[in-house]
Ligand binder design. Structure first.
Ligand code: ATP
Length: 276
């Protein structure tokens, strides 16, 4: 049994049942980092939110999501909340919306620590400072006493990662965690995630193949709500099977385009009518 098993997951929205995720199956082992890659609208975020139990009420969900054998679909909200405090956590793309702007950063991380250890854990502040240091924040005491808007984008994302790890979850889901950052900070955050996620299960969602490659040994490619290809990321880059994956790889390899040549796009390789 894998740590996380997603089986025939289908998600649709609204009275017209518009299908966003269509029969998706995959699994994640206890210390595995799985990338999910696909263009905007392919269903990556909705899949991630379904695992977290955070889909809006008008979403219709069928299939199965089992965490250590326990079914999450249909689980009462109270139990899901307990799981989110202990087993599951998520790093979002935009830390400014995920952090509470009215609360000092240290207190927000402290709440997660307290949730995990109980309110009366002796040195919540000490553990918060330790987490901030661990995710590479210099002057962690000063940052702990700051509000989110006083931090740089990279510091905010580091604080959010500390918050996602502080409850020592078994599964961390990262949804485009570096998209809003400049290239240098992005590389630092990816290296941090690679290290911190090494000893737990994680899912890393991105539209960017190069970014996923920095973190995940295995990847699932999503297109129009389905997984079209899964495998070892290096093997997949070497020998992609689906035309859409070939397009993704070609458009990521702009360094190989000769000066003056037209840049390849996914559309050069993949047209929806080809899909059997
Ligand atoms: N709350 C919602 N209500 C209705 N439709 C939704 C809702 N959330 C997502 N969808 C639809 O589900 C589909 C998949 O969206 P999703 O956000 O999962 O894509 P994505 O691959 O994560 O793209 P992006 O990278 O842009 O976030 C889209 O067609 C979107 O319009």
């Amino acid at each position: 049994m894998s740590y996380l098993e997603v089986d025939d997951l289908t998600i649709s929205f609204g009275r017209r049942n518009i299908v966003a995720v269509d029969g998706v199956s995959f699994s994640v082992e206890r210390t595995e980092r799985l990338g999910i890659i696909g263009q905007s609208g392919s269903g990556k975020s909705v899949t991630a939110l379904a695992i977290m139990g955070l889909l809006p009420e008008h979403a219709h969900v069928t299939g199965s999501i089992r965490l250590e054998g326990t079914e999450l679909i249909g689980m009462p909200e109270r139990e899901l909340r307990h799981l989110r405090g202990n087993e599951l956590s998520m790093v979002f793309q935009e830390p400014m919306t995920a952090l509470d702007p009215t609360m000092r950063v240290g207190r927000q991380i402290g709440e997660v620590v307290a949730l995990h250890h109980g309110e009366h854990h002796g040195s919540i502040r000490g553990e918060v400072i330790e987490w901030l240091g661990r995710v590479g924040i210099r002057q962690p005491e000063r940052i702990a006493d700051s509000y989110p808007h006083e931090l740089s984008g990279g510091q905010r994302q580091r604080a959010l990662i500390a918050m996602a790890l502080a409850n020592r979850p078994g599964l961390v889901i990262c949804d485009e965690p570096t998209t809003a950052l400049d290239v240098l900070v992005q590389r630092q955050i990816l290296a941090l995630l690679r290290d911190e996620l090494a000893d737990r299960a994680s899912i890393f969602v991105s539209h960017d193949l190069a970014v996923v490659r920095e973190v995940c040994p295995r990847v699932a490619v999503m297109l129009d709500g389905r997984i079209v290809e899964t495998g070892d990321i290096e093997a997949l880059i070497e020998d992609p099977q689906h035309p859409y994956t070939r397009g993704l790889i070609a458009s990521a390899r702009i360094d190989r385009v000769a000066p003056g040549d037209r840049l390849p796009s996914v559309a050069d390789y993949y047209r929806p009518e080809e899909q059997a």
